[in-house]
Design a protein around this ligand. Structure first.
Ligand code: FES
Length: 395
């Protein structure tokens, strides 16, 4: 296409033809009505934003597959056919009413962003020993079950401006799901980075998605997978626990790399020291927390003592029971008080509330509050433990 330009008196080219278009514009303005135009019923930009980031989505369980004895894969289909798009590594939060409690739980998405364009997500749920919600899901979600989910969220994603071109992923247990999504996104060219995944499990039969991971690794040179078994010796597998030596063995020689880790808390306790010994820049290390630390309360010396939590919601006060070794959010949920919740690990800020009185404990590992929030007494109830009676203002 040839662009016509008009030379200005100074010799500068008028690429947008402003000189020619101005008289037309002035004449259009002169002809226009003085009356204010009625605003459109709906702005297009709002329509697009709502479809990309819906407040809630209705999903229907389309398929259930057992991955291991206590680990199931759910295929969820958006009721209206449109699943909100996401970045590989993000999670979905679900709300469940169990008895008189209202609980929200987040699960990493195992499918690829491209699958969301076809209205589908896949999530995997593993039974947790004292897991109130995981047990409920595994026992109740079957084909046809209708679920309310929020839009995808989360920061455990590849950022080219922050992360190195090669990522060493460390996965344990159900922590494999965000990496599966990343591997698929790399294969489908939605993401552009190299991923070497170190996937740890007790035995070979505890490895989920092995065929799928092997298939992607065989056809795409940007993705590699190494299986690490902690029990027994099997040919073709690494053995022991994933630590600094194994990461160094598979890291690219002579260039930067990022370490992304997702797995159970016990894995982090060991791995964080190992990763520290690698001397990587802070921005190259990303640990995905799956809920608040189970040992946080113990670490702070908080015991199984009851306390009173006074909840102020739009001026109305309600007193509920709390426990010093459970989070403030757990007290809300047990009392059936629904507050906005997503990550449950202190990170997203959705549950941000004001601590009006009383003392609380927040472990450093989950204290993601803004400095001003911490200074002015705001808390994230999902990672805050009451040290005694407290008063909290929600909403
Ligand atoms: S739910 Fe994300 S900070 Fe509490």
């Amino acid at each position: 296409m040839k662009i016509k330009t008009t030379p200005l008196s100074s010799g500068i080219k008028d690429f947008t033809n402003t000189v020619l278009s101005l008289p037309v514009r002035f004449s259009d303005v002169a002809k226009a009505s003085d009356k204010q135009a009625a605003p459109p019923a709906e702005f297009q930009v709002n329509k697009v934003a709502a479809s990309l980031h819906p407040k809630t989505q209705t999903l229907i369980v389309e398929n259930v597959e057992s991955l291991t004895d206590d680990f199931k894969l759910y295929t969820l289909k958006a009721k209206n056919g449109k699943a909100a798009y996401f970045r590989a590594g993000q999670y979905l939060s679900f709300q469940a009413e169990i008895g008189s409690s209202v609980c929200t739980r987040a699960y990493s998405i195992a499918s690829s962003p491209k699958e969301a364009l076809n209205g589908t997500y896949r999530i995997a749920v593993k039974r947790v020993d004292d897991g109130f919600v995981s047990g409920y899901i595994l026992d109740n979600w079957e084909k046809g079950f209708v679920i309310t989910a929020y839009a995808p969220e989360g920061t455990f994603v590849y950022e080219p401006l922050r992360d190195a071109k090669t990522v060493i992923g460390v996965a344990g247990g159900s922590g494999i799901t965000p990496f599966l999504s990343m591997a698929k996104a790399i294969d489908e060219r939605t993401e552009n980075f190299n991923l070497t995944l170190l996937y740890g499990a007790r035995t070979e039969k505890d490895l989920a998605f092995k065929d799928e991971l092997d298939r992607i690794a065989a056809q795409n040179g940007s993705f590699k997978v190494v299986y690490v078994l902690s029990e027994g010796k099997t040919k073709g597998f690494e053995h022991g626990f994933i630590g600094a030596d194994l990461i160094k063995k598979y890291a690219p020689a002579g260039c930067d790399y990022s370490v992304f880790a997702c797995g159970p808390e016990a894995m982090y306790a060991f791995l964080s020291k190992e990763v520290e010994s690698l001397g990587l820049r802070k921005k190259f290390v990303r640990f995905e927390m799956q809920g608040v630390s189970k040992t946080a309360a113990k670490k702070a010396g908080l015991k199984n003592e009851t306390c009173k939590v006074t909840v102020i919601d739009r001026g109305k006060e309600t007193v509920i029971d709390g426990r010093c070794d459970e989070t403030v959010l757990t007290a809300f949920e047990k009392a059936g008080i629904a507050v906005p919740v997503r990550c449950r690990s202190g990170e997203c800020g959705f549950c941000r509330s004001k601590l009006v009185s009383g003392e609380v404990y927040i472990d450093d590992s989950s204290d993601y509050r803004r400095i001003a929030d911490a200074q002015f007494g705001y808390i994230h109830p999902c990672c805050t433990f009451p040290k005694g009676d407290i008063t909290v203002k929600i909403n």
